[in-house]
Design a protein around this ligand. Structure first.
Ligand code: COA
Ligand code: ZN
Length: 323
């Protein structure tokens, strides 16, 4: 692992990047907000989404069509979607747990949905009171409906490395699910470390195997920063050829049904790592830090990226130099 040039074979670390651009999907307005003690109004969630658009983000998970009893923070998702700026260059996604969620999303005019799959029965039960196989059958049905409705589908394999109830997950189970959902026609299959338990060696191994079987184009990764390995795991997946990443503004996040899960890897940390490594992410760091600040103001609990203090100091210095 990471012998010699292994991890950097496909781009120049110090020069201009020479491969497909990394694409961020900011899941802050969904994964991020669903676990905060303060519940935001749809108008506040739109404020956060607009700040992300100002920073140049092109993919945003804007909400979830879930039971408001199960996840009160996502109530009013249709209102959020109705208020989104119409932008041809931006893809807004909604998370859906079941067929009812799909129908509500479709009726709200959503063009891209994220359907959750479960690598373990215990996690499936905690989230949607189904077995993993039942949730997969629902997802397969939704993929067929979405094809007819012209809706894009991401199938997300949750707890792909470790389950808070069942422990470590066999990579063969995840590979089997990915093959199944690639064949069913998912536009994207996302590998999610829902509780932030993966390490970079595991990530590299699994993503190497998946990229060898399916190519990197339709694969993405979703990491949580619970054990401070979020950025390292993004790098491991990047080294395997993955270019699509979920991240959350201000390191907001955590699954209400997965004990011990903390925030997603911060969008600002991932941006910083990639841009310092020579990638053009298309993101404006000043505007991104404003969005992070706003996330903190609105929720009162966004920890911010791990590089928050350093990034803020650089921006203050640049502002002082300009004055
Ligand atoms: N959106 C809104 N309401 C929904 C819904 C959806 N996607 N799915 C079900 N409901 C409603 C039903 O209409 C019903 O409402 P009622 O009590 O007013 O009659 C109620 O929820 C219960 O429905 P039921 O089919 O019996 O499901 P359940 O009680 O087994 O709960 C879920 C399952 C899926 C509704 C619920 O657990 C859920 O929404 N979980 C979300 C999980 C999630 O978002 N996890 C975070 C992702 S990591
Ligand atoms: Zn998550």
């Amino acid at each position: 692992f990471f012998q010699a040039e292994d991890g950097i074979r496909d781009y120049k670390v110090t020069g201009v990047q020479t491969c497909a651009l990394p694409i961020f999907n900011d899941v802050g307005p969904r994964d991020g907000l669903q676990n905060q003690s303060r519940i935001l109004e749809p108008s506040q969630r739109l404020q956060l989404i607009n700040a992300l658009l100002d920073a140049g983000l092109k993919r945003i998970e804007a909400g979830a069509f879930v039971s408001p009893k199960a996840v009160p923070a996502m109530a009013g998702a249709a209102e959020v979607f109705a208020g989104l700026p119409q932008r041809d260059d931006v893809c807004y996604t909604a998370l859906i747990p079941n067929l009812r969620g799909y129908e509500l999303a479709r009726d709200a005019g959503v063009k891209s949905v994220c359907m959750v799959l479960y690598a373990t029965d215990a996690m499936a039960h905690a989230n949607v009171r189904m077995t993993s196989a039942q949730a997969s059958a629902v997802a397969a049905d939704i993929i067929a409906r979405a094809a007819a409705d012209g809706i894009r589908v991401t199938s997300t394999v949750s707890v792909a490395f470790e389950c808070p109830f069942d422990g470590p997950v066999d990579p063969a189970v995840v590979c089997g699910m990915v093959t199944e959902f690639m064949q069913l026609g998912s536009d994207e299959v996302c590998i999610a470390d829902t509780i932030g338990a993966a390490n970079p060696v595991q990530v590299r191994r699994l993503m190497d195997e998946l990229v060898a079987s399916h190519g990197a184009e339709r694969l993405s990764c979703h990491f949580h920063d619970t054990r401070a390995m979020g950025v390292a795991n993004v790098y491991a997946a990047l080294s395997a050829g993955i270019r699509r990443f979920d991240a959350s503004i201000g390191r907001l996040g955590g699954c209400p049904f997965a004990p011990g899960a903390s925030g997603n890897v911060a969008t600002e940390d991932v941006h910083m790592m990639l841009s310092q490594a020579g990638f053009d992410t298309g993101v404006d760091i000043r505007a991104l830090m404003r969005a992070s600040e706003l996330a903190n103001q609105l929720t009162g609990s966004a920890p911010g990226g791990r590089a928050r203090a350093w990034l803020s100091r650089q921006l203050d210095k640049a502002a002082a130099d300009a004055a």
